[in-house]
Ligand binder design. Structure first.
Ligand SMILES: Cc1ncc(COP(=O)(O)O)c(C=O)c1O
Length: 66
């Protein structure tokens, strides 16, 4: 990976693919559960699951199912 954010994005993709292909989660219904007060980077999806307003403000709409 080139950055922490890219590693986190890739982890999300792997978790979703595993859920769909190995755990039978219906298509497009996977949910990602995160801890409050996290910081994992500044991509749109990553700020979608943060409560850090400095990172989030004016970057919505945010990624759903998190
Ligand atoms: C815990 C954690 N995850 C992810 C990141 C994002 O890393 P990057 O800035 O390389 O995308 C950071 C950056 O400080 C971090 O502290």
């Amino acid at each position: 990976m080139n950055s922490g954010a890219e590693a986190v994005e890739t982890a999300i993709k792997i978790a979703r693919k595993y859920g769909y292909e190995k755990r039978g989660i219906p298509e497009n219904e996977a949910k990602i559960v995160v801890a409050k007060d996290n910081f994992h980077g500044r991509t749109t999806t990553i700020v979608s699951f943060s409560n850090d307003e400095d990172a989030r403000k004016n970057f919505g709409p945010y990624t759903p199912w998190i």
